[in-house]
Design a protein around this ligand. Sequence first.
Ligand SMILES: *[C@@H]1O[C@H](CO)[C@@H](O)[C@H](O)[C@H]1NC(C)=O
Ligand SMILES: *[C@@H]1O[C@H](CO)[C@@H](O)[C@H](O)[C@H]1NC(C)=O
Ligand SMILES: *[C@@H]1O[C@H](CO)[C@@H](O)[C@H](O)[C@H]1NC(C)=O
Ligand SMILES: *[C@@H]1O[C@H](CO)[C@@H](O)[C@H](O)[C@H]1NC(C)=O
Ligand SMILES: *[C@@H]1O[C@H](CO)[C@@H](O)[C@H](O)[C@H]1NC(C)=O
Ligand SMILES: *[C@@H]1O[C@H](CO)[C@@H](O)[C@H](O)[C@H]1NC(C)=O
Ligand SMILES: *[C@@H]1O[C@H](CO)[C@@H](O)[C@H](O)[C@H]1NC(C)=O
Ligand SMILES: *[C@@H]1O[C@H](CO)[C@@H](O)[C@H](O)[C@H]1NC(C)=O
Ligand SMILES: *[C@@H]1O[C@H](CO)[C@@H](O)[C@H](O)[C@H]1NC(C)=O
Ligand SMILES: *[C@@H]1O[C@H](CO)[C@@H](O)[C@H](O)[C@H]1NC(C)=O
Length: 730
Amino acid sequence: MSLWLLVFASLVSGAPAPQKTPLNPRQNSNPTPTSNACAQIAPMTAGFLEASPNATPRVPAALAHECLQSVPNKPEPAGKMIDSLQAFVQWQSTLVYLNTPPSSYMLPATDIVGRLNNAKTKALAGGFASEYDFQLEVVKTFLSAHDGHFVYRPDMFGFRNNLAADIVSVSVDGKSVPKLYHLRDLNNTALNSTANSTAMPAAITKINGEDASKIIEETNLAFSVFQDPDSQWNANFRTVASPENRLVVAASLAFQGESVTLTYDNGTTKTENSFANLRAGANFTGVNNGEDFYSRFCNPDAVQLNATNGTTPAKLPPPQPTIQGFPFPVTRDSGANTTSGYFLNGTGYDDVAVLTVSSFAPPATYDPVEYLTNFQSTVGDFLTKSKTAGKKKLVVDLTSNGGGLVIAGFELFSQLFPDANKFQADNIRLAESVGQISHIIGAIPKDFRPNNTEQSRALKSLQDSAIVGNLVPGSVFSPAGNNLTNVESILGPISLNGDTFTAFQSTPLNNTDPQFNLTGVGTKANPPPSVFTPENVVLLTDGTCGSTCTIFSYLMIQQRNIKTAVVGGRPNLGAMQSIAGVEGAQLKKGQLGVLAEGYILKRATVPMQAGAVNGKNAFAPSDSQTPLQFSMQPANCRFFYTAQMITKPEMVWQRAVDVTWKDPAGLCVEGSQLAINETTAAIDPLFQKMMVMDADKISLSGAATSNLQVSRRTGMATLLTALAAVMALL
Ligand SMILES: *[C@@H]1O[C@H](CO)[C@@H](O)[C@H](O)[C@H]1NC(C)=O
Ligand SMILES: *[C@@H]1O[C@H](CO)[C@@H](O)[C@H](O)[C@H]1NC(C)=O
Ligand SMILES: *[C@@H]1O[C@H](CO)[C@@H](O)[C@H](O)[C@H]1NC(C)=O
Ligand SMILES: *[C@@H]1O[C@H](CO)[C@@H](O)[C@H](O)[C@H]1NC(C)=O
Ligand SMILES: *[C@@H]1O[C@H](CO)[C@@H](O)[C@H](O)[C@H]1NC(C)=O
Ligand SMILES: *[C@@H]1O[C@H](CO)[C@@H](O)[C@H](O)[C@H]1NC(C)=O
Ligand SMILES: *[C@@H]1O[C@H](CO)[C@@H](O)[C@H](O)[C@H]1NC(C)=O
Ligand SMILES: *[C@@H]1O[C@H](CO)[C@@H](O)[C@H](O)[C@H]1NC(C)=O
Ligand SMILES: *[C@@H]1O[C@H](CO)[C@@H](O)[C@H](O)[C@H]1NC(C)=O
Ligand SMILES: *[C@@H]1O[C@H](CO)[C@@H](O)[C@H](O)[C@H]1NC(C)=O
């Protein structure tokens, strides 16, 4: 465990008198290792807990930061931590692409391995002033990949500021560049002004004395997991679908200064102190200095790795009629609050249906099969009702959709366009341990029967593994659907961009399954025909569409030429990407022994959530060279949020309809209207050679391993579990 033990949060209102905030928090004077800041925490939190036992104790951000900065960085464990991380990092599919990205990639290149090595060298030489500085460098190294699947999560960082927490980016009319406002101010003025709908409150022009947009873009570059500047911008601001979004200065892993000062265009300036909440259960009694802190919280021996124990699925409470913040639906899910359908009201909109999918993931602890089954029936019910009601146009709202179960993305596409091909071409970086694991798996005899419960559990764990399952002969297929029945055919290798990868692979989608059949398969064969024609469908995103959301979106765009509209982005004109969340398909690597030891997991607060890598690259049919993560996918039209759209999703949907079918030229942001690129559906000659594109010609029989757990994100703990399973079968 580590410094991550602290989760900082929340700001106290009625804060002490404003203090001068450094423009650059890193210019703060460094507390000396003899600081007694840590000693002040126990008495402070004890009193707080006495007053309200169930509350999370909070301390001023500056004090928390000073305590963290007094915690020494110990060279030997720091080096061990980096070695362990490097083993996982080798499984990151985009490692070499990040070093030398193609020109379509909009962010700076980054050398993850080199940067981690430098951190190790520096740590071994005693170059880090504190454990905090060291771990922050590790976290920032991961973040420099701007990849939502590539995470190391020591959860110490979580400074909060309330003053900056409700800032939103709003355009007066949806077309002119947005400004920053407090949502509560908008609620008091713009939203309630009936006489003049364009009356706006004071806009925020500066944060901590610097241009507000500039600060936001800079902090995004350091901390955002999204891969283009406009999506990074959107991820800072709350909407109905993502009420948790906050500016980096309002909620960050890293100390952002002791307070936040905002300057408004009416001349007023306001300052409020930032605070940090201690994680429930963090016991500071006896922690009198940084050394004590290290012994208490950075001790791997105190952590029990229990990687094989899954959580028990829980039942969701019965759903409310509406999803919080949304209008009354035509149909909705059974309680996940992520899938719902609507019919728009009002002249000009009466033939429009809206399907909102804000996630493809089941809620934590909810049974994935139950989620998928309900997702399937919710979408089916929505389409049936749309057809009955004679709806002609469809808005698919994917704002804030960061992905989830891959199979859910295929399910939605299968119901919308049952006849379309579901192209898949993924690959895995050929890390040394990938090869080692495949050969171990390949050596398991075909007639292997588990002898005992340990082996049975290991075998099941292996088959269920989203990662190692991609290396099991007989359960991996070529993009053309050929069964890859031996290790060699899976491993390839294929050289791309100076790196080596496995052969392109796909997951079989036409296997029947006793738990869930994809639409078009088994008991779900012969689905009803498409309700909506492609020209009458628009995909609405805010650019933060990631993972499974990208799989679904690319199928829509590339297989059916579906139009896209995007909302939000930086305060500038011009086009914006529709899909800029992580587009890979996940994993990890390294020398097997270092991996298996899993030291890094023991240095995370929650070992099961220590982090992840992106194990699989995903490719479009038109380009076998560039992983989708590095391609540019501009939307056909962009518009900005208005004040009303922030709180009323139906306003966003109406605008999506208007910009798509009513008046694109008049309503799209200047310079953002782009024609559909008909050639994206073209097939790369390499893929063409490799495969038969007609899905009907792919005949698969018999049930291979279940595809329900297919996921693109590879948790470090999950990988370790699978690895333990491989070892147990030896
Ligand atoms: C509406 O508000 C805008 C911006 O505050 C102002 O310029 C305009 O004059 C107002 N219009 C009316 C009719 O009050
Ligand atoms: C300026 O705007 C801020 C934010 O809405 C508000 O708190 C403040 O009272 C306003 N100042 C003046 C002088 O109106
Ligand atoms: C906190 O730690 C102190 C010193 O180790 C111990 O005496 C005390 O019981 C602990 N408190 C809780 C609530 O665990
Ligand atoms: C798994 O977790 C449950 C609930 O926390 C616990 O009762 C059980 O003993 C654990 N099983 C193993 C094998 O660790
Ligand atoms: C349309 O109007 C009905 C009836 O007032 C309402 O229940 C529903 O939520 C509205 N739908 C939308 C998308 O606003
Ligand atoms: C769904 O929303 C309801 C409130 O409408 C809430 O009680 C419930 O916890 C939410 N479910 C999930 C899984 O977040
Ligand atoms: C199962 O047990 C038998 C007898 O001990 C042994 O010969 C065999 O190798 C074991 N099989 C596996 C897969 O471990
Ligand atoms: C693929 O090949 C394996 C044998 O290597 C076989 O067990 C499996 O059933 C095959 N899968 C399909 C879908 O044909
Ligand atoms: C899937 O289809 C197969 C073949 O029709 C059937 O045996 C199986 O029960 C179906 N699974 C579900 C969950 O209905
Ligand atoms: C259209 O798509 C093709 C294939 O992906 C790409 O090469 C081309 O640059 C795109 N054209 C435009 C105008 O984006």
